[in-house]
Design a protein around this ligand. Structure first.
Ligand code: SF4
Length: 663
């Protein structure tokens, strides 16, 4: 029996493949105890569909791709990488890679090439949560664990449709409610999602205004005398400044900004004040915003104001991808280094130089992926290497992205043929989970070893091996002496000794296991300068987008990301195609359109067509899934701007102004 972590969402369910090749939930795994959702059931059926079996190359984009050998591919890359300056290259990774893959890629870029021009698709997903966690607690890392669900009595879902995006976790929450008296769920969202429908209270907020709502909850906590001053005085700093900002949002004013009732704000304040243990779950609804970091901080402020940590609760950010946490531990964003270290910190750089035996790690974070697209258009970045992600569908402002992909020398390293491959100069076939070994870290810091249960497709190779072999071709084998993922994990482990995310005592044989204590800040000492958690004034800034409707984007139920894998399963596609847009029945009536008819959405100089589905979306808002690849028509993200949060640089994928007409 081979066990592994589900390669889809960040819940990180443990799976196994039985003797008949069926995928089942692993009863021993702490993330799911045997539970499973529909997505991974069809995994083995799609393992070999539309795969890339050999490296492909073309001298120019006008030519057709032709098969080449790995040796030729490495030769082309060596020539390119040595003829360009490091700052003219850019690497874009993924939270779907194994930690060992990410480790070697990050070392190749930051330690060997000596550039910080590397980012990951976590930038589109978790960057605001990472930034807020670091500001509030001094470090990244979820403060509690899934076990905390089992004795909590209140759950807040804000900007999260966990019922479909993190289904096994959501079922655990429902189980808790079913089995215990007095457990309640509140959902705050502009759409009455599957999560909202299962909640005891649904607050239908205007998109983009969460910071106002949460500041107002803070206001009410203070007005009603519900602040936990003992906690605030003993373990935090910055309370007064944060409260000063919150006081600008009395419930009557906030209610009109957020288009909710003042009682809704009071209700959430009461839940914060009176529940025994409250877990707030959030996801992209808070993160993907020009105000994303502030939305996160406004929520964390509430937890600090009521001392809702550890046995009393937790602010719990849900990761979208299976190994986004592992990527963060390895430091795969533009500023990161191993073990939650940072290129801006001299001590961290010196440690890494000593650890890797290199000199000259750059101290300035590189550009983020949306900034890199601009730099490609300015011809300052000339080579883009995309690993295990599909930016031709998932990035915002796709017209610009298409132009950049058409101009740059593009390397795509992936298991499957995806939309981005259409623009590639060089395609490197990669093995995927099941065909290689290594670890992933889920949303609650549990690390799972993924066993290999299938031979790599064609000539595909594990991502770590591709970078290792290229390093050898570039005469850097002493830095990359790896012949197995285990050697890489052992090296990674050593770098984490004494850090918050210390995994030095773990081994493949001891997994699954969680790093850190169950409650990361159990002793209420925080890795900040003062040792205290920090309140932050949560300032409000709404996206300014012109249009008749606010377009919200998000997930489908049974498909995952840009459908590169799940979209190959007819069972998972059923009911999710053709691409649709969800609309309020009254808005549809005013527009003169009925369920099943087509409408045209236009913005950013682009028009896309979708069929209408009716649902309880807030008036003036529409919701469209972002993940449809081009085979189903124009991707949704053509309509979304690349404006980003000033601190996290995460794009606002949840607030686009669009015009709408009947097709
Ligand atoms: Fe996989 Fe997420 Fe479903 Fe678990 S809940 S089986 S991790 S997609």
């Amino acid at each position: 029996m081979k066990t592994f972590q589900c390669p889809y969402c960040g819940v990180g369910c443990g799976l196994y493949i039985d003797e008949k090749g069926r995928i089942k939930g692993d009863f021993e795994h702490p993330a799911n105890f045997g539970d499973i959702c529909k997505k991974p059931i069809y995994l083995t059926k799609v393992l070999s569909k539309d795969r890339i079996g050999r490296p492909l190359y073309r001298e120019s984009k006008s030519k057709s791709l032709r098969e080449i050998s790995w040796e030729e591919a490495y030769g082309i890359l060596k020539k390119k990488l040595t003829s360009l300056s490091p700052e003219e290259t850019y690497f874009y990774l993924s939270g779907q890679l194994l930690t060992e893959d990410i480790y070697v890629a990050n070392k190749f870029v930051k330690g060997f090439l000596k550039t910080n021009n590397i980012d990951a698709n976590s930038r589109l997903c978790m960057a605001s949560a990472v930034t807020a966690y670091k500001l509030a607690f001094g470090s990244d890392g979820v403060p509690c664990t899934y076990e905390d669900i089992d004795d909590a009595d209140a759950f807040l879902f804000i900007g999260s449709n966990a019922a479909i995006a993190h289904p096994v976790l959501f079922k655990r929450v429902l189980k808790r409610r079913r089995e215990s008296e007095g457990v309640g769920l509140v959902t705050i969202d502009p759409v009455e999602t599957e999560t909202a429908k299962k909640s005891d209270f649904f607050i239908q907020i205007r998109a983009g205004t969460d910071t106002v709502f949460l500041n107002s909850v803070f206001y009410v906590l203070h007005r009603e005398g519900w602040i936990d001053y003992r906690f605030v005085e003993n373990y935090t700093e910055g309370f007064e400044e944060a409260l000063e900002t919150a006081r600008k949002f009395p419930p009557e004013l906030a209610a009109s900004v957020c288009d909710v009732k003042p009682e809704d704000i009071h209700l959430v304040a009461e839940v914060f004040a009176k529940s025994e243990k409250l877990i707030s779950f959030w996801c992209q609804g808070l993160n993907q915003s020009v105000n994303g970091t502030m939305k996160n901080l406004a929520l964390i402020n509430l937890h600090l104001a009521k001392g809702r940590l550890n046995e009393k609760g937790c602010p719990f950010s849900l990761t979208g991808q299976p190994n986004a946490m592992g990527g963060r531990e390895v430091g795969y964003l533009t500023n990161g280094l191993l073990g939650y270290r940072d290129v801006r910190n001299k001590e961290d750089r010196e440690f890494m130089e000593d650890f890797w035996g290199v000199k000259g790690i750059k101290e300035t974070p590189g550009p983020t992926i949306t900034e890199a697209i601009d730099l490609i258009l300015e011809e300052r970045i000339k080579l883009l290497w995309v690993v295990c992600t599909n930016p031709a569908v998932s990035l915002p402002e796709l017209r610009k992205v298409e132009e950049a992909l058409s101009r740059v020398f593009l390397v795509v390293q992936d298991a499957y043929w995806n939309d981005t491959c259409e623009f590639a100069n060089l395609i490197l076939p990669a093995s995927q989970v099941g065909e290689k070994e290594g670890v992933m870290t889920d949303s609650d810091r549990t690390i799972t070893f993924c066993e290999k249960f299938s031979e790599p497709y064609g000539e595909s190779k594990p991502d770590w091996l591709i970078f290792t072999e290229l390093a050898k071709a570039m005469e850097a084998s002493e830095l990359f002496p790896y012949s197995s993922p285990k050697e890489i994990f052992e090296e990674f482990k050593e770098s984490t000794k004494g850090r918050l995310c210390d995994v030095s005592d773990l081994s493949y044989e001891k997994l699954p296991a969680r790093w850190g204590r169950r409650w990361l800040y159990e002793d209420l000492r925080f890795p900040t300068e003062s040792g205290r958690a920090r309140f932050h004034p949560a300032k409000f800034d709404i996206a300014t987008e012109e249009g008749e409707f606010i377009l919200l984007t998000g997930r489908l139920k049974n498909n995952w990301h840009t459908m590169t894998k799940t979209g190959k399963s007819p069972e998972l596609l059923k009911g999710e195609v053709p691409p649709f847009v969800l609309m309020n029945p009254k808005d549809a009536e005013e527009l003169g359109v009925e369920e099943g008819e087509e409408i045209v959405l236009s913005a950013k100089g682009k028009e896309i067509t979708r069929i209408v589905r009716l649902g309880n979306v807030k008036r003036g808002h529409i919701f469209a899934p972002f993940g449809y690849p081009r085979e189903f028509g124009e991707p949704t993200n053509f309509l979304v701007s690349d404006k980003t949060d000033p601190l996290s640089k995460e794009p606002d994928l949840k607030y686009a102004g669009v015009r709408v007409r009947v097709a």
